[in-house]
Design a protein around this ligand. Sequence first.
Ligand code: ADP
Length: 504
Amino acid sequence: MAGILSAPAGDLPLFQSYKLPNGIEYEQPLGLFINNEFVVGKEGNAFEVTSPSTGKVIGRVHEGAVPDVDLAVDAAYRAFHEGPWSKLAPNERGILMNKLADKFEENHLLLASIETYDNGKAIQLAKGDIAACISVLRYYAGWADKIHGKVIDTGRDTFAYTKQEPIGVVGQIIPWNFPLLMLAWKIGPALAAGNTIVLKSAEQTPLGALVVAKLIKEAGFPPGVINIISGYGRVAGDAISRHMKIKKVAFTGSTMVGRQIMKAAAESNLKKVTLELGGKSPNIVFDDVDVDKVVEWLNFGIYYNSGEVCTAGSRIYVQETIYDKLLEALRKRAAQNIVGDPFDENTFQGAQVSKVQYERILNYIEIGKKEGAKVEVGGEAHGTQGYFIKPTILSGVTSDMRVVQEEIFGPVAVIAKFKDIDEVIALGNGTSYGLAAAVHTKNLNTAIETANRLAAGTVWVNSYNQYHPALPFGGYGESGIGRELGKEALKNYTQIKTVNILLQ
Ligand code: ADP
């Protein structure tokens, strides 16, 4: 959080003209989005936004704190209980969600460019993020009028049925690695089910969510349905987690903060909690693969989004018979990734999101070296300005090393060899995490046995980082609680009411 300085907002306006490095000009909202209006923070503060690719401050946004969360919750509460949203038929909710998806389509390049500006990610990946936002919004728009209960036969004297009702005001706290995609993953199921929302963006990346706030209003959502707060985790995030009128909180971020949110929920009103947390995912290669093909997936698995992905394939395990050949191919492939200016269409790996994150990753590389790991490629910063790090591979690692156990959240993979399936399952399951895993093999039996025995919420076979709005996503172990995406996510945002009628 260091480097994001909170200070009196002074004469900071509610909107400002921005010109992005790729020449796009637009009006950036800077206020908090409460009850469909942009407003200044009640405490009168603002914080800085930094460009990860230059390290320079590019703007300031108004900061939300406890009183602003209160106002947002009040607006969401009114919208849920009294406003037009509470009277909308489910299919009308779906229509509004599709209108928002249309707005994302109309503003595709703008939104992608803002993500690149704010987060530092390569524009080619940011465009993919926005396409994925659109898919998720449309997927959940389709669910809006397909959520229903059951009639349950309890005998001739009674008539019993269940309803799947929305929860009410839900809090959503999102991270900085996919600022808009995480927003879409969160608001999609919550809106489809009929809830109203107070969402806090990550303090490192507030810009895109505020532009989306403008689009939400243009799409025709009634006031109070979606409120967006820019603010710090320990202040605004904590206020959401503890709020007595928020009946559910959904969080994506680090395992450490996930614990704090769960604790705050327990200490306040026992709000329902879903958590999508960290990972240290194994990417397993058996010796029957086509090395050139698999190297592409290993490379994409760890370096996609600059390694700032909770599912990053950060532990590569290779069957010993092809280890040397594969390591050589991967070293070459990693060194070929184009790292640099995220606005260059050819760039694959942009900047790390912040100085804190950049230093944390470089520190992990040093820890790895001290622990006895060998740097096969990379292992240092790239360039002299901004927060770029070379794609890195550490070999010679053992399971007790910190670089094997802890989430680095950057372009750093460890690589080790294994003899057989039993050994690699033990290695693969040997951390406290369980978010994702992958197995590469041409043998169907090996693929299925490995997938069955890995303790992970998602297992990819012969690919990596492949998401689909219809496929549930979430963690085993300390990687989280609950599932996002798919029909599963609707469970997070509904509660079952049983009506049991005694027939007279
Ligand atoms: P990272 O450590 O990778 O920056 P975090 O888990 O700290 O990720 O942040 C993810 C989100 O959680 C951000 O929106 C952040 O503001 C928020 N957050 C951080 N600390 C807290 C907290 N104590 N309570 C609620 N939200 C928090």
